[in-house]
Design a protein around this ligand. Structure first.
Ligand SMILES: Cc1cc2nc3c(=O)[nH]c(=O)nc-3n(C[C@H](O)[C@H](O)[C@H](O)COP(=O)(O)OP(=O)(O)OC[C@H]3O[C@@H](n4cnc5c(N)ncnc54)[C@H](O)[C@@H]3O)c2cc1C
Length: 405
């Protein structure tokens, strides 16, 4: 996008670049030599860095001004992302909160909720997590079994289990999808809630990944009491609220050009470190294919960005960007592992990329599900048969496995 910046965008880019250079020394080193090793210290340092970025106006770039954002367009957001990547600095810590949950609260929350939660989220004073997936409901998110029932005084009681909850170990709040009515079809009986992670009855248990980090968790909810005003959006309207989060999720993962800040140029440099590999026709062919994919992805992303800049909402085509981005990243990791051999798996940027990216095939919607979305909602192909359509949730087989209320 460098090439096509308008004069205003070029000025904005120069400002972001200058600010990052000026504040480089305050950014934490999060990987490679000198990286902060202690997980707690790392979170503290990343929160402080997000606060600095927010104070400079580089977090919540597209959020409206009246909730603390900059009121700018998605192109400016991409410029910030590109400049942070170019500078080799970490971005904000709470991508899930600011990128997905904040926009959901902006779209569906009450004025009180916006007032209470959004500014501390932007500044990383309160980090958020997404409490959607469950052991028996990931792709089939509308099949969740976590229950919320209303008490006589209007308060809610939550019981159930969530899983794969990124950042729950240090989050202050979670946005949680729960079933509030099992006697209607599964998509209709859901409600979204704000859950304080320090509430009585919330237990967070870490899950360690192949990367060595424990960034996601199981979360157990045992008769957790929530205030009457904890629902985000209408009671029974949680599916619509969740769709907003999912749209922003795919956009957050899939948009913006290169594979997670890695460019084909960077891959080529890694390969060039082995002169034999650099001359090998098979390696060159694989690198060329990858570069083509990334270029196509970049321009598809720009087309989507232009539509967003003109006021369109993120649509199902975002699924295509996410699938292509993750596949390209994994293929790049395979190529680099083939060239560098076991060296690629020694701690460092490639080891992290190779071990982390396969998880992203599932995060934010699996490839099969996203291909179904593209087939049905972009290409207009016939829909998958849905045998549970119109049937009350309580009559579905999932009921056999539900958590006792
Ligand atoms: C790194 C990471 C971070 C995550 N962070 C969070 C988080 O913060 N919060 C959160 O709520 N969740 C999170 N998740 C969970 C993620 O959303 C789920 O993994 C995802 O929705 C898939 O659900 P599942 O793992 O239960 O797989 P399943 O739904 O059980 O799917 C298993 C396999 O079956 C396939 N499949 C299922 N249904 C169909 C179908 N109809 N047609 C064709 N194939 C099908 C899938 O594609 C997949 O290959 C995270 C996951 C990962 C890997």
């Amino acid at each position: 996008m460098d090439l096509s910046d308008t004069p205003e965008q070029a000025v904005y880019r120069a400002q972001v670049r200058a600010w990052l250079e000026e504040h480089r020394a305050q950014a934490p080193i999060i990987r490679g030599p000198g990286a902060i090793e202690d997980e707690h210290e790392l979170v503290v340092a990343r929160r402080a860095w997000q606060r600095r970025l927010a104070e400079a106006g580089y977090v919540g770039v597209t959020w409206p001004k009246d909730v603390g954002g900059q009121g700018l367009g998605p192109l400016e957001q991409v410029i910030v992302n590109q400049e942070i990547t170019r500078a080799g600095l970490p971005g904000m810590l709470d991508v899930i909160g600011v990128g997905m949950l904040g926009p959901t609260i902006i779209a569906h929350g009450s004025d009180e909720q916006k007032q209470r939660y959004l500014a501390p989220m932007l500044h990383a004073d309160e980090v958020w997590c997404q409490l959607f997936s469950e052991p028996a409901a990931g792709s089939d998110l509308a099949g969740i079994q976590c229950r919320a029932r209303r008490e006589d005084d209007g308060a809610w009681r939550l019981s159930g289990q969530k899983v794969w909850t990124t950042n729950a170990q240090f989050a202050a709040f979670g946005l949680l999808l729960a079933r509030t009515d099992a006697e209607v079809p599964k998509h209709k009986g859901l409600t979204m809630f704000v859950v304080p992670m320090d509430a009585e009855g919330v237990t967070v248990r870490g899950l360690r990944q192949i990367t060595g980090e424990a960034e996601f968790n199981e979360v157990f909810l045992d008769d957790v009491r929530l205030d009457p005003d904890a629902a985000v959006g209408p009671v029974g309207g949680g599916w619509g609220v969740a769709l907003t989060t999912l749209m922003f999720e795919r956009l957050t993962i899939g948009l913006g050009g290169d594979a997670f800040g890695y460019s084909s140029q960077r891959f080529a440099e890694a390969i060039a470190s082995d002169p034999d590999a650099a001359r090998d026709p098979d390696v060159r062919h694989r690198l060329g294919t990858l570069a083509t994919e990334l270029l196509a992805l970049r321009y598809t992303g720009y087309r989507q960005l232009t539509a967003l800049q003109h006021g369109a909402l993120p649509g199902p085509e975002g699924a295509l960007g996410k699938v292509t981005m993750v596949r390209a990243g994994i293929e790049a990791g395979d190529l680099i592992a083939d060239v560098l051999g076991p060296q690629a798996l020694v701690a460092g940027e490639w080891a992290e990329m190779i071990s982390y990216l396969p998880g992203l095939k599932s995060a934010g919607g699996t490839e099969e599900i996203l291909r179904n979305t593209v087939g049905e909602r972009v290409l207009g192909l016939p829909p998958e048969p849905r045998l549970d359509k119109g049937i009350p949730f309580s009559e579905l087989r999932a009921k056999e496995r539900e958590v006792p209320a």
